[in-house]
Structure formats: C-alpha cells, structure tokens
Design a protein around this ligand. Structure first.
Ligand SMILES: [Mg+2]
Length: 217
C-alpha cells in the first residue's frame, strides 16, 4: 500500500543511522575511542573496551550519551578532535538525498530531530551539505531532553506548532519512536537499515523500512 502522503504535513527525521550511515558512529565509539583510551591510560585494549563500554551503558538514554564534552571529561580524551580526524568517514545513506528532494517537491515541512550534540551536528551538516533540505534543525540539547523522553516532543510541539496527527517520524531508535507515539505522532516509522555494515533489522512494534524508497514508490 502506498504511504498516505496527503495525510502528512510534517516530516521529522533522525540523523545518525536514519539519514547518515551509522557505521561512522559505531566505528568511532566502539573502535577508535577504546583504542585511544587504551593508549592514553596504558591499558590492554580488551580491558579498555570493557571499561569504556560499561561507562557508555550507564549513560544510555540520557543527554550525556551523545554529549561529546561529557565524554571528553569522562574519558580524558579530546572527543571533538578525534571525530574531526575521521570526518572523511561520514557517509550519507544512498537513499537519503532522493528522499529529501521528494519531500521538497511534495512541499512538506521537514525537520531534522537528533540527539546529537550540536558540535557533532555541525560537523556532520558541514561535511554532508544536507542542511539546506531542512526547515528546522533541532538538537535535543536545545530542548533539554533526549528524544526518548516525551518532554522532547512536547517542547518540540511548542516550538514548531506541528500537528502530531499529521506527522511522520523516521528513526532507527525504537525508544524515541515509542515516546513520539505516546505523544501522538501518527506515523512512527523504524529505519531498519541503519549501518552499511550491518543487516537490516525490522522492529516488531513499528512499521519498518529498509530504504526511503519504500515510502516514495
Ligand atoms: Mg539514529
């Protein structure tokens, strides 16, 4: 069945994993940061990974999770500089630009909604050149709550004045989709193919798409 575009005014899009290849973030946090941490602390890599991963786990679902200044302090590493050093690895998913052009053509209001820290956000927007496709760019740091918290959607609603009954959200984070659905967003869609290096994994609770072409064809 074709997607009901006539019923949608606002399109809310997550960045990492949804529009951009999550491989960059996975490589950064799972490989590069533990390596640098091991080097800095003079630790064995396996031990460094365990320590770093345990710290990640503690912060999951909070604003600290994506706060690169927090991680710089926590791990005593210059996280923004490390990211900058691998910026050439930032990739846009192959279906993204066609979809953003499609939304322009359909005259939808388009907002980027991300938990990414504003430094990460600006690095990625500068590198990919996607900024011009969005009417609004919202980082959860501006709103004081991550997308997993219903407050994010309440404050976003106050800011943008969108009607959740006519809004589509595409995200690869099921917890963010769940809180958006609780708020009343009618079309919460799961992006099942978030990394070029991993198989697509659909979600049992939400309509899942591997590619944006499934919404436009
Ligand atoms: Mg994401």
């Amino acid at each position: 069945m074709a997607f009901p575009w006539n019923d949608v005014t606002w399109v809310l899009l997550d960045m990492d994993g949804t529009l951009l290849d999550k491989h960059f973030d996975d490589y950064f946090w799972e490989t590069l940061v533990p390596e640098e941490y091991a080097r800095r602390q003079g630790l064995d890599l396996a031990l460094a990974r365990d320590l770093v991963f345990a710290r990640y786990q503690r912060e999951e679902g909070t604003l600290n999770w994506t706060d690169i200044d927090f991680w710089s302090r926590e791990l005593e590493l210059d996280i923004p500089a490390l990211k900058e050093g691998i910026r050439h690895l930032i990739e846009v998913h192959p279906d993204t630009e066609d979809f953003l052009k499609f939304l322009r053509l359909k005259e939808k209001r388009v907002a980027l909604v991300t938990n990414a820290h504003y430094k990460t956000l600006s690095l990625k927007m500068n590198h990919t050149g996607l900024l011009g496709y969005f009417d609004e760019v919202i980082s959860s740091f501006d709103l004081g709550n991550p997308k997993e918290d219903i407050r994010f959607w309440e404050i976003l609603h106050d800011r943008l004045g969108f009607d959740p009954r006519h809004a589509l959200l595409v995200d690869d984070n099921a917890d963010a989709l769940a809180s958006a659905r609780s708020f009343g967003i009618k079309y919460p869609y799961f992006k099942a193919k978030s990394s070029s290096r991993q198989d697509a994994e659909s979600h049992p609770e939400f309509p899942s798409i591997e590619s944006f072409y499934e919404l436009t064809e």
